[in-house]
Ligand binder design. Structure first.
Ligand code: 4NP
Length: 153
C-alpha cells in the first residue's frame, strides 16, 4: 500500500480538497486497493472542524465525491507515510522540520506539474475555483507519477 498524506495549514480547505480529488482520480482508475489517502494540518487552529463550505461547494460543482473529514494536526503517527504532499512553501518547511525520516518523499503538490508554485490559500483569497484547478492538475500529475514509479498499470 502507498500511504499519502496531503498537508496544508488548516486542513479544512486545500488538503481535504486534494484528498477528495485524488481519491476520485484513483477510484476512476480502479486503483484504490493500492492507496491509503489522508490529509492533515500543520497547525491545530481548526482541529475537529469540518471541511470549509467553499471547498464543499467547488467539489460539488465538479461532481467530485466528498470524503467527510475533520481537521487534525499532523502527528508522529503520520511518519509511516510514503508521501507527504504539501500545498505551499510554508507547509513544506514545517513538514521538513517535523519529519526526520528521510525515506518519506515530501514535495509541494505542484512539483509534480514541474512547477514550484504554491497553491494559493482560498481561506484568504476566497478564490476556490483557482485553487480547485491547481489542486486537480497537481493530483492528476501526482497520480501519473505514482502509476509509473510503482508500475501500477
Ligand atoms: P487551508 O486554509 O490551510 O487550505 O485549510 C486555512 C484554513 C483556516 C485557516 C487558515 C488557512 N485559519 O487561519 O484558521
Amino acid at each position: 500500500m502507498i500511504k499519502i498524506v496531503f498537508v496544508c495549514l488548516g486542513n479544512i480547505c486545500r488538503s481535504p480538497m486534494a484528498e477528495s480529488v485524488f481519491t476520485h482520480l484513483v477510484n476512476e482508475k480502479n486503483l484504490s486497493q493500492h492507496f491509503i489517502i489522508d490529509s492533515a494540518a500543520t497547525s491545530n487552529w481548526e482541529s475537529g472542524n469540518p471541511i470549509y463550505p467553499g471547498t464543499i461547494n467547488v467539489l460539488k460543482k465538479h461532481h467530485i465525491p466528498i470524503k467527510e473529514t475533520y481537521s487534525r494536526q499532523l502527528n508522529t503517527a503520520d511518519l509511516d507515510a510514503d508521501y507527504i504532499i504539501t500545498m505551499d512553501q510554508n507547509n513544506y518547511t514545517n513538514v521538513m522540520n517535523f519529519v526526520k525520516n528521510k525515506s518519506i518523499e515530501i514535495n509541494k503538490l505542484l512539483h509534480y506539474t514541474h512547477s514550484e508554485k504554491d497553491i494559493a490559500d482560498p481561506w484568504y483569497t476566497q478564490d476556490f475555483d483557482t485553487t480547485y484547478t491547481e489542486v486537480y492538475e497537481g493530483c492528476h500529475a501526482l497520480l501519473e507519477y505514482l502509476i509509473k514509479k510503482h508500475e501500477l498499470i
